[in-house]
Design a protein around this ligand. Structure first.
Ligand code: G4P
Length: 548
């Protein structure tokens, strides 16, 4: 190897190392209405990505949001999107992976977390933990993603802060560590005390959309008593003392292991506590981490680009009817026009039109680094979980399928349209738009759609009609819970006949049990403790699925 090419490689290694060092990537997990859109726009505002928060979300009449263009997607009835926002703040490049905040959940929401290195759990102070937050939390837990909690809407009457912490601890089995502590709440919300510095940040109700001024004082400053009611301050200090007495420490290793969550109180709408949160988050968050592959852990500094597809999106631009594959860069530097290997097929692919996405805008990307997300035009060759790489072979572990909760026969009333029906079903499954299950009775050939949200089914029907020209009918199965049998068919056979449950097979011919409710599931667990069940499908690599 010549001296100059070695020098080039060293340069590249340094560039990648610096990029990894300065990158932070996260997703916000929350229940609709907790304030994700509002928090996102405030974060972007600090990042200078937009001039004024109102530019992202005009009040009232226009709820079209740069980061959350789902409404639009919904109106078009095509697909529900999660995408990524990249912005710089100080010396950090932040990638915010946007999980759809819609009532209707889809698997994309889960998959986005496969590309995230950190998660921000956003709670409404009046509501605490809510169902979608819990579901998303479970995925974070499974992947051991560090979680930072932002308790929002402190300007409104909420639950007791201590009770909110207790809830996190007892229900999620996650140790909360309050980084700041609120003084009063609702009408009487006066600010927060930073527990690490004992500095008080006073709250002033800023004009909507503007950055609030943050007056800072030391907790011991006598002037504070003139600015904040004595009883509120005393209560806050008393509660803080209680926390100190409880003795937990802000242990970064535990944070990174997903066992301890730093908690911040604030109000996204009035822009209070957002910047201190962002600063502390960037200080504590995990950099782009090493990722598991079949060949072992892959370091982000590995020489040579590698990444995996975590999401496919069809028709992002209706004028072009295109498909975009979102790739999370895991190692090395990605460059435009690069030729990469597609691990599943072994084919070489030249990536000539990579894109970076900012809401609806797209820009051609010249290069990208670990922690970034790029969009690739996908003429049908990519599937969820696919790895792209240069250099020695890497194949990332696939993205698991999550337990669906809605099951419906998909009927094709028009036999002459069967060819298109089959093509549509197979392609939508491949794309990961929906999971497909099959009856064990071969005479019942219609596929069963299995989804985590109702809208997913509607999207499938809509797309079958619009893209494949087949009208279909849904017929609900009346089941709500699915479990994979971990040991496969032989284990299931040993158990014999099972009541109150339907056995189906997934696209990889693995047994899946469907139950009407949790109660029936628990009954089976009690009757057959030897049967190991899982609510996440085992990851498959290198095996072709069954097509319709
Ligand atoms: P989401 O994306 O999580 O669904 O929530 P979003 O940000 O859209 O916020 C939901 C509602 O909560 C919005 O009110 C928003 O203004 C409000 N909100 C968000 N953060 C705060 C906060 O810190 N304090 C208070 N008081 N309210 C907050 P809306 O009435 O639905 O919409 P809009 O009329 O304000 O646009």
């Amino acid at each position: 190897m010549s001296g100059s090419s070695t020098a080039k490689e060293t340069d590249l290694a340094q560039v990648v190392a610096a990029a990894v060092d300065s990158r932070r990537n996260f997703a916000i997990i929350s229940h609709p209405d907790a304030g994700k859109t509002t928090l996102t726009e405030k974060l972007l505002l600090y990042g200078g990505a937009i001039q004024q928060a109102g530019a992202v979300k005009a009040r009232g009449e226009q709820r079209k949001v740069t980061s959350d263009w789902m409404e639009l997607e919904k109106q078009r009835g095509i697909s529900i999107t999660s995408t990524v926002l990249q912005f710089d703040y100080d010396t950090t490049t932040i990638n915010l992976l946007d999980t759809p905040g819609h009532q209707d959940f889809s698997e994309d929401t889960y998959r986005t977390l496969a590309a995230a290195d950190n998660a921000v759990m956003l709670e409404d102070a009046a509501k605490g933990l809510e169902p979608q937050t819990r579901k998303l939390f479970e995925v974070c837990r499974m992947r051991k993603i560090p979680i930072f909690t932002f308790i929002n809407k402190m300007d409104r009457p909420g639950r007791e802060p201590l009770a909110l912490l207790d809830e996190i601890e007892s229900e999620l089995d996650l140790t909360p560590w309050a980084v700041n502590w609120p003084i009063g709440s609702g009408e009487q919300f006066r600010g927060v005390i930073d527990r690490r510095t004992r500095e008080v940040v006073l709250f002033s109700r800023a004009e909507r959309g503007k950055q609030a001024s943050e007056q800072r004082l030391c907790l011991d400053d006598p002037a504070l008593r003139d600015l904040v009611e004595e009883d509120l301050l005393d209560l806050a200090v008393e509660e803080m003392d209680l926390l100190e007495a409880a003795g937990a420490e802000l242990d970064l290793e535990m944070v990174h292991a997903g066992e301890l969550t730093p908690v911040f109180f604030g109000s996204a709408m009035t822009n209070f506590g957002v910047r201190p949160f962002l600063d502390a988050f960037l200080e504590m968050a995990q950099r782009p981490i090493a990722r598991s592959s079949i060949e072992g852990l892959v370091d982000p500094l590995r020489e040579g680009f590698s990444g995996f597809v975590f999401k496919l999106q069809a028709n992002m631009d209706p004028r072009h009817r295109d498909r975009v594959a979102f790739v999370r860069v895991c190692s090395g530097r990605f460059e435009k026009d690069m030729t990469v290997k597609h691990a599943r097929t072994g084919k070489a692919i030249r990536l000539s039109r990579p894109q970076k996405l900012f809401g609806q805008d797209r820009a051609v990307v010249e290069d990208a680094y670990p922690g970034d997300v790029i969009g690739l035009n996908n003429p049908g060759m990519f599937a969820i979980g696919d790895t792209l790489y240069v250099g020695p072979k890497v194949e990332y572990e696939g993205i698991p399928c999550f337990s669906p909760e809605i099951f419906s026969w998909l009927r094709n009333p028009n036999p002459s349209a069967f060819k298109n029906f089959r093509k549509g079903v197979n392609e939508l499954r491949e794309e990961g738009a929906v999971q497909i299950l099959y009856d064990t009775d071969e005479s019942k050939r219609d596929p069963i759609l299995a989804a985590v949200g109702q809208l997913q089914l509607e999207v499938v029907q809509h797309r079958l009609e619009n893209e494949y020209g087949v009208e279909t009918r849904l017929e609900p199965l009346g089941f709500q819970v699915a479990r994979w049998v971990s040991g496969g068919w032989s284990c299931l056979d040993k158990v014999g006949r099972i009541f109150n449950c339907k056995t189906v097979r997934d696209a990889w011919n693995r047994p899946v049990l469907l139950f009407k409710n949790e109660w029936n599931l628990n009954q089976l667990k009690e009757d057959h403790p030897e049967l190991k069940l899982s609510n996440v499908a085992p990851v498959v690599s290198g095996v072709e699925p069954i097509s319709l």
